[in-house]
Design a protein around this ligand. Sequence first.
Ligand code: OOG
Ligand code: NI
Length: 466
Amino acid sequence: KQTNHYVHPDDLRTAFALEMSRMYRNEVPLYSDLIRIVEGVNDQKFAQSINSNTMDRLDLERHGAIRLGKPMEMRTVCRIFGVLGMRPVGYYDLSAAGLPMHATCFRPTAVSSLAKNPFRIFTTLLRPELIRSKEAQDLAECMLAKRTIFSPELMRMLNTAESQDGLDPEQAGIFIQETLKTFSWAPTAAATAEEYQLLKAQHPILADIACFKTAHINHLTPRTLDITTSQENMRKEGMAVKDRIEGPPSRRCPILLRQTSFLALEEPIKFVNNSHDESLQMVQGSHKARFGEIEERGAAVTPYGRKFYDELLSKAMENATGMSPEEVDEQMISTFCSFPDDWDELRAQGLIYYEYECTGKSIPDTITSCGTDRATIVQQLLTEGVLETKPITYEDFLPFSAAGIFQSNLGDKSNQDNLPILKGSAAQDQLERALDMCIIDPDQLYASAQEASLEICLRKLGTSRR
Ligand code: OOG
Ligand code: NI
C-alpha cells in the first residue's frame, strides 16, 4: 500500500487555510489591515508573557464562516472538510436568536491536530420551513435548487480523495484551488433585483444565502491575545467596529470566547436581467455581507460551567435592556463577579477543563499509591508539585455571540424587528441527516483530552492504575 506520498490532512488543512486567507485578503483589503493590527498586538502581548505557549499555532489560527442553502450543499461541504481533517462538532440552534438557520463547526478534533492548526469553519444551513412568508420561502428554495456551488473538477477530486483515502501533492493543489472557488466572492448575483429585494425584505440573510452562485466566505477571524487593545487599535485606524465585544466580560482568567468585528462592507453587485438575455445590460446594486472579525479564546468550560455562564449572561442581558454599550459592559462585569476568576478555584469547582503536565519533579516518598484511589493520588501529586494543570483552550463557538455577530453584519436593524420568522425548536437530527453524519459533542472531546493528558502523565510517572 503506497499511502506515504499522500499529503497529511493536517497539512492539507494548513495549505487550505493559508490559501483561503490569501484569497480573502485580496477580496477584502480591510481584512489585511485587521491581520496587521492583530499581529502587532499579539507580538507585543507575547513579548510580555514568556510562558504563553500558544504562539506556535497562533499566527496560523483562523476561523471563517459560510452560509449554505440546501442539505446537499451541507453534505458535500462535510465531505470536503473531511478531506482536510475537519469534522462537524457542536450543534448551534440559531432559531433561538430569530434566525432561520442552524449550524455546526467543522474543525479538527485530535489534540495533536489542534496543536498544528485549529482552523475552523462555522457553517450554517438555511431552514426554509422557518420562513413565514410562503412566497419568499418558495422563491429561495427554487433559486437554491437551480444552483451548483461545486465545480465538476472539485467533485472528481473529492471522489478520488475518498476512494484512495488521500491526495498526492498535485491532486491536493487542484483540490484546494477548486474548493476555494466554492467559497469565493461572485459579484454577479444569480438573481434579479426584484428577487433579491423580495428575499431581503423578508430577511437579509435569505438574500445573502439564496441570491449568489457561490457560498462566499463571509468573514475570517484571527485570534488575538488581547481583544480590548485590538479593538481600540481598529477604532484608531478608523474602522467601523461593532459596538461591543460579544461573550464573557474581560477577566484575569479568560474563559470561552470574546469576539468583535469590523462591520460588513457595502459592495457593488450586478443583478441578472429579467429576460435572462445575457446581452441585456445588467442592473447595478449593492450587497452587505462580508466583514472581518477578531476573537480572544479562553478556557473551555464544563457543562456545569457553561450553565453558569448562560445563566449569568441572560441575567446581565435582561438587566441591560435600553442601556448604552458601555453600560452593558459594566452590567456584564458586575453580573459576572460571581464567576470565579482564579485558575485553581475554577478547577476546584469543576467549572473548566484542564490538561495535566508533569513538572519534572519526581514523586516524593510520602506518596504511595497502595490502597489509595486515583483522585487522591492525583490531588497529592498536584499538591507536591509533581503534576500541574493548564486550562484547555475553548475551540468552539457561542450561539448568542454568533447571533450578535450576524445581527451586526446584516445591516438595517429596522427591518429585522418586523421579522415574521417562526421561532423553531432545535433540529439536530435534521442537520445530521443533511450531513449524513453524527455531530460530535464538544464536551466529549474536552473531557477525553483532559483524561488522556492525565493517563500520559501517570504512565510517565509509573503510577498508572496500580
Ligand atoms: C456566522 C456568524 C458566527 C462566530 O464567530 O460566532 C460566527 C455568520 O455570520 O455566518 O462566525
Ligand atoms: Ni466568526
